[in-house]
Ligand binder design. Structure first.
Ligand SMILES: [Zn+2]
Length: 68
């Protein structure tokens, strides 16, 4: 899926979050990385093979909660 000159980490990599953003939808709370990983605002992830990664970073106190 990634077509960058220096390939980004794959979705299987522990470093998967350092892949580049290809879509960013802060109003919906998610971003799509070029390796196919969906990254959610709460740091949860949805991998291209359907696996779900639970949120794994504490939210900063300065973060504005957008959920109603
Ligand atoms: Zn890439």
């Amino acid at each position: 899926m990634c077509q960058h000159q220096t390939p980004c980490p794959t979705a299987d990599s522990a470093d998967r979050e350092s892949a580049r953003l290809v879509a960013h939808h802060p109003e919906q709370g998610w971003s799509l990385l070029c390796n196919g990983v969906l990254l959610f605002e709460d740091t949860g992830e949805l991998l291209p093979d359907g696996r779900v990664i639970d949120p794994h970073r504490p939210l900063g106190t300065a973060q504005v909660m957008t959920a109603a």
